[in-house]
Structure formats: C-alpha cells, structure tokens
Design a binder for this molecule. Structure first.
Ligand code: NAD
Length: 411
C-alpha cells in the first residue's frame, strides 16, 4: 500500500462518522496540483548532476497552500502528496487560513558541499517559482532544511519576481523577515499537547518520564520544553542511534554534546540503545519526531507509553493505531501535535505581509491560545463521537474544509 493510501485510512474513518458530500471526499483524495522538476546543479568537481524535485498543493479551499520542503534520499511524489494532504488537515484543525502544500528534493544533503547545497536550493526555486507566491503557496523548512536554506530560497524568488516578497517562504532567519519563536515552535506545540493530555489523564508531568525519537529541530525542542515542565527525559535518538539515561538527561546539554561530537553516543551517564528499544522503553510519554512509519504492527504491542505525541508526520501506521487504541494509549495525532510549526509560520507570514514584527512573548502567547483551543476541540469531538483523537482531528478538519468547499461552490 502506498503511503498516500495509508494516510487516507483515518480520513475514510472520519468520513464514515460524518455526513459528508461525496464531492468533498473526492476533492480530499488527490492534490489540486503536483509538479515534478529536474534541477541541474554544477558540482564542485565540474560535473553537472541532475536532481529531481517536487511540489504538491493538496488544497487551496481555505487559503494559499502551505507546507515545508524536505531534502531526503527517500523523497518521492507519493510522499510529497501525502505530506501536502496532512498539511491541509493540519491547517484546518488549528483554523489557519491556509490549505496544504509540500515539496522536496530526492537528495542526501550530507553528501553535498555548502556551495552545491546553495545551487540546488536556488535551482529548485527557479523551477517551482511559477507556482509559489505569498498569496499562492508558501513553503517552509522540513527534514534536513533550515533557516539558512530558506534565506537562499527567498533571495532567489525575489530575484525572479524583481521585488521583496518575504512572505513567500516562512522559517527564515530573523534578519530576512523571520519570526521570533519559529525555530522552537513545532517542539513547543508538541510540549503543549503533552501538557494538555497530562491534565486530561490526571498525570503529574513532574512524575512522568519521556523518550524522544529524532533529536533534530522538532525532537530537540520538544525534549527541552517537556524537560522544562519537570518531566524526566530518559531516552533520545537520532539517525545514528539512541541513548538511555535512567536518572534522566538534560536535553540542553545533550544538544551541545551532539553539536560538538556529531553523535549522541558517549553522552555522560548514558548507555547506547537501539532506536527500536527507544520506542518500546518504559516511559509515560513517547515523542516520535523523526520520520514516517516508525510505530508499526511489529512494535505497537510492546509500546509502554501512556501518551504518544506525534512530533513527526505519519510516524504511526494505521495497523499500529488500532493496536494502541485497543491498549488505551492516547495518541495526539500529528495534525494536532506538530501544528505549532505551521501556526508560527502563519504568524511569520502575517508579520511579513503587514511589515510589523511582534515580540517573542506575543508569538508564544498567541501560539498557546490557538493550540490549546485546537486540542480542546479535538478532545471534545473525540468524546462526542466516542473515537480516537486522530479520527476526531480529521472530523474537526473536515467540517471546516467542507464548509469552505461548499461556500466556494466547488460541490
Ligand atoms: P530534522 O532534520 O531537524 O530532524 C530529524 C531528526 O530525526 C534528526 O535528528 C535525524 O537524525 C533523526 N532521524 C532520521 N532518521 C531517523 C531514524 N531512522 N531513527 C531515529 N532518528 C532519525 O527534521 P525536523 O524538522 O525535526 O522534522 C522531524 C519530523 O517532524 C518530520 O516528520 C517532519 O515532517 C516533522 N515536522 C517538522 C516541522 C518543522 O517545523 N520542522 C513541523 C511539523 C512536522
């Protein structure tokens, strides 16, 4: 089954619980537009390498498409389409005036020099410039892309259109129109979802333990902010492996250790474990914050966490979802748990369009209000329909999407 087919399973389950027009369902099942491009890049050794890039715009019913750009060897059209579908649903759950988009390049960026990476990033924008724009489709960072790459991309776009257009891309460095609070925004949203779930389940966060898979942007900030709430972070990992620390580790120090040593292994007081062991560790809270399809029917039965907050997009397969629901594990679904990033991206875009910039406190306060409200909407809907928070999140999203599609007269 393709990842897009898999992604549509909870959508279908939500539709079955709602009175949804067949036309709306069909519109949800395919992106409005997707594009595949070839990007020639002059390599440092004089060769020309040709990379494949993609951009998918799943829906613009509520507003411009919005979603990140991923650089990874596994990027393919099916994955980009799936991620754009999740973005439509994510923006709708939080109530942002955006549809969903996503892009990516099939590349292992660790094999490129800085100059090659810049030429690739600029080449990608040259190829997709015609279908992105401040009021059309607004990219952002995702796996293996960051503020520096966004700055090259916005610069390239502005050269093409011949004027400033900072709102075309979010997740930029502050100096070129980024927002305070954006870097940590997705992790902050994960933390808020964990905090709210603990309140509902009467779990004292100060007595809780937590494991985080993936110690990149999302995972490291989620770990730091959950640690700040008083929970004990006992395991973290990255692509090279995982570490376990029964007494708890300080994620701020672990981030410094990783920056210095390039691996987590050897962090003082920790022992090496596998990424598989991290997922099934005896913890209260599990945060998968790496890639898709990490929690599957093979390991779901062994998972001991009471709360899973999906920092990554699509980390749990539908089979695993059913197993975990039967075990009573509360999963805060990706389209809610990691919506903090796009929420602050939206704030960045608003600031860019108005040319007026907010304090970090204002960004964080507004983010918290929107995300806590979205959590409440999803939690209440789950109770109302006697279903999981994942299906409830799709019901919340579909209600708004249906209204926009009907209001526009698309069906
Ligand atoms: P990133 O590149 O900063 O970090 C990814 C981390 O995962 C790295 O530490 C990497 O080493 C690790 N990793 C990769 N493969 C792994 C594996 N097999 N096992 C364990 N760790 C592995 O990326 P990110 O921006 O933090 O994104 C992580 C996830 O969060 C992705 O699913 C992304 O789509 C999602 N997401 C990101 C944002 C955002 O604002 N950056 C927003 C919403 C969702």
């Amino acid at each position: 089954m393709s990842i897009f087919e898999m992604a549509k399973i909870p959508l279908q389950k939500a539709i079955e619980k709602m009175d949804l027009d067949a036309g709306v369902k069909k519109l949800m099942e395919q992106p409005e537009r997707s594009m595949e491009v070839s990007i020639p890049v002059k390599m440092d050794d004089g060769r020309t390498e040709v990379f494949t890039g993609y951009r998918a715009q799943h829906s613009t019913a509520v507003g411009p498409a919005k979603g990140g750009i991923r650089f990874h060897p596994d990027v393919c059209l099916d994955e980009v389409k799936t991620l754009s579908f999740w973005m439509t649903c994510k923006c709708s759950v939080v109530g942002l005036p955006y549809g969903g988009g996503k892009g990516g390049i099939t590349v292992d960026p660790s094999k490129l020099s800085e100059g090659e990476l810049e030429r690739l990033s600029r080449g990608y924008i040259q190829k997709i410039a015609a279908i992105i724009g401040e009021k059309l489709d607004v990219p952002a960072p995702d796996v293996n892309t960051n503020g520096k790459i966004m700055a090259w991309m916005v610069d390239e776009y502005e050269k093409i259109v011949g004027h400033a257009a900072p709102g075309v891309i979010t997740g930029k460095p502050i100096i070129v129109g980024g927002s305070l609070g954006r870097t940590e925004a997705t992790g902050r949203g994960v933390m808020l979802s964990v905090r709210e779930a603990c309140k509902k389940l009467n779990i004292d966060i100060k007595q809780a333990t937590c494991a985080v898979q993936g110690f990149g942007n999302v995972g490291s900030w989620a770990a730091k902010l959950i640690y700040d709430l008083g929970a004990k972070i006992v395991a973290i990992s990255d692509v090279h492996g995982a570490i376990y620390c029964e007494a708890g580790l300080n994620p701020y120090e672990a981030a410094e250790y990783l920056a210095k040593h390039k691996v987590l292994s050897g962090y003082p007081g920790s022992k090496d474990i596998s990424n598989a062991e991290l997922l099934t560790a005896d913890v209260t809270i599990l945060v998968p914050a790496a890639l898709e399809m990490q929690i599957t029917k093979e390991n779901a039965e062994q998972i001991k966490a009471k709360i899973i907050s999906e920092g990554a997009n699509g980390p749990t397969t539908p089979d695993a979802d059913d197993i975990l629901a039967a075990k009573g594990v509360v999963i805060i679904p990706d389209i809610l748990a990691n919506a903090g990033g796009v929420t602050v991206s939206y704030f960045e875009w608003v600031q860019n369009l108005s040319g007026y910039y907010w304090s970090e406190e204002e960004v964080n306060d507004r983010q918290e209000k929107l995300l806590v409200k979205a959590f409440e909407d999803v939690y209440t809907t789950a109770k109302q329909y006697n279903t999981t928070m994942r299906i409830a999140a799709y019901i919340v999203a579909l209600r708004k999407l249906k209204d926009a599609i009907k209001a526009r007269g698309w069906c």
